[in-house]
Design a protein around this ligand. Sequence first.
Ligand code: G6Q
Length: 549
Amino acid sequence: MASPDKSKAWTALEAHHRKVAGLTMGALFADDPERFGRFSLSLGDMLLDYSKNRVTAETMDLLIALARAADVEGWRARMFEGQAINTTENRAALHVALRNRSDAPMEVGGDDVMPAVQGVLAQMRAFTDSVRGGNWKGHTGRPITHVVNVGIGGSDLGPAMVTEALTPYHQDGLEVRFVSNVDATDLAETLKDLDPATTLFIVASKTFTTLETLTNARSARHWLTDALGEDAVGRHFVALSTNAEAVRAFGIEPDNMFAFWDWVGGRASLWSAIGLPIAVAIGMDRFEDLLAGAHVMDRHFAEAPLEANMPVVLALLGLWYIDFFGARAHAVLPYDQYLRRLPAFLQQLDMESNGKGVRRDGTPVERGTGPVVFGEPGTNGQHAFYQLLHQGPRMVPADFIAAAETHNPMGRHHPILVANFLAQTEALMKGRTAADALAELTARGMAPDAARELAPHKAFPGNRPTNSIFVRRFDPPTLGMLIALYEHKVFVQGVLWGINSFDQWGVELGKELAGTILDELEDGTQGSGHDTSTAGLIDHYRRLSKEAP
Ligand code: G6Q
C-alpha cells in the first residue's frame, strides 16, 4: 500500500489547505447560517457538534476521499470479521465481540467467539450477584465490603475510569478500589483502613507476568495471609487473565479465574472480564448496559456512511490539524467531575495505539501520527492550562464533553458549569483582536499609551478548533457509547496513517529494561554497558538507600 501522504487525496488536501488555512471560523459561520446543522451529527441523545472547526464542505469532502483512499471501509470490515489486523502480533482486535448484543456470531480464525464471551459474562454475573448480595463470604464468614483491583495499564485504567465515572450507580456498603503503581505507597494507602476479613482482591493481568501487578498481588497476599492464614486465599483472591497456568501457580483456583483471550487488547479490555470491578461496583445489569451502549456505537461505526460517521469524522479532523496545521497535542476536557480520569484513559488509548513512527510495512512515517493527549475536568483546567489553548502560539485542538443533566443537582452549579463549556468554545473560536482589546481598555478609561501597551497581551488569535460532545446524562449506556467512539476514532486514525494501532512495543521495552537494572540495584553488582549517567545514578541510589533508616 502506498504511503497515505503520497495519495492523490492527500495532494488535493495539501492544495486545499493552502487555500483555506487563512479562513476564520467566524467568517464561515457568518457566511452560512446552516453551519451548525451541516457540521453536526447525532446518535440517540449524543450530539457531536464539529462546526467549530477550520473546515468547509470541500474540506470534509476531501478528507472523506482520503478515508476512502486509505481503505478505512476495508479495514473496518476486516476488524469486524476478526482478521489478524494486529499484524506484528498476528492477532485479531475483536473487542467489538465483547459487546456484541445481537445474535450474530463473530469469528476469530473461523471460530465463533460468542459462546465463550457469553460464558464469561454468565460467570461474572454469578460472581457479582454473590458479592453484592453478601453471599460470597470471606474466610471468617463475613461478607465482602471492599474489593481491590490489582492491575496496571489496560488492566487498570479502563476499569478505574469507568468505575469512578459511574459512581452514582454504586451499591452502598461495597467499595471498589484500584492499585496499580509498584510504588508501595499505592498499596499501603489503599489497604491501610481495610479489614482483611472483608476485603477481596481481583488480580487483573492479561499475561499474569507483569512485574508491577505480580509484586502488588504478592504483597496483598502477604497482607491477607499474615492476618488470616494461607487457607484464606481461596475466598479473597480472584484473577482476570488469559494465562490459566500462571494464575494457578499464584495460588488462585481455576473456578476463581475469569478468562479472556489474546484478541482482546489491553487498552480495549474493560469490556471483557477485566471489567469485573466495574460490574461489582454497578451490578451486572448495568455493566451489560455499558456494553449495549458501546454496541450502539459499534453499529453506527460499521453502518453509517463515512461522511456521517462520528468516529470517522473525529479521526479526520484530528489528522487535518496534526498533518496540515502542525498540531502536536489534543486536549480532552470533560465538564463532568465523575469523568475525571477520562483524559488519562484516552491518553493510553490514543498514545499507546498511535504513538508510532513506523508504518505497517516497516517504513518510517514522514508525518505526524498520534498527538500528545491531555486534559482535566472543566472548570479546573480553565484556571490552569487553558491559557495556552487561548494564547499559545501553537494550536491545540480540543474536545469538550458535557451532559445536560447532572447526577448532583444543586443550586446553579450545573448551568454555571455548562455556561463555562459554551463560553470557552465560543471564545476559542472567536478570539479578540488587538484593536477590540484597545477599544475596550480605552472605553474603560485607561490612558491611551497604557492601553496601547496592554492591548496586545489582551488579544486572542481565536480560530482555535473544538469539538463539542453533548449527551443527556452520563449513565452506563452513554459512557459505553463515548468510549467506543474514541476507540474507533483512534483505529481510523491508525488506518489513515498506515500504522498498526494494536501493538505496543514501546511498552514491552520498559518491561524488559527494568529487570536488568533491578538485579544490579539489589545484588550490588555493576552491570557493564551502562552510560555514565545511568551508572552514576545507580551509585547514587545505592549510597542513599544504604543510609536510609
Ligand atoms: C495495553 C497495554 C498495557 C497492558 C499492561 C498490563 O494495551 O498492553 O497497558 O495492559 O502492560 O498488562 P497485563 O494485563 O498483561 O498485566
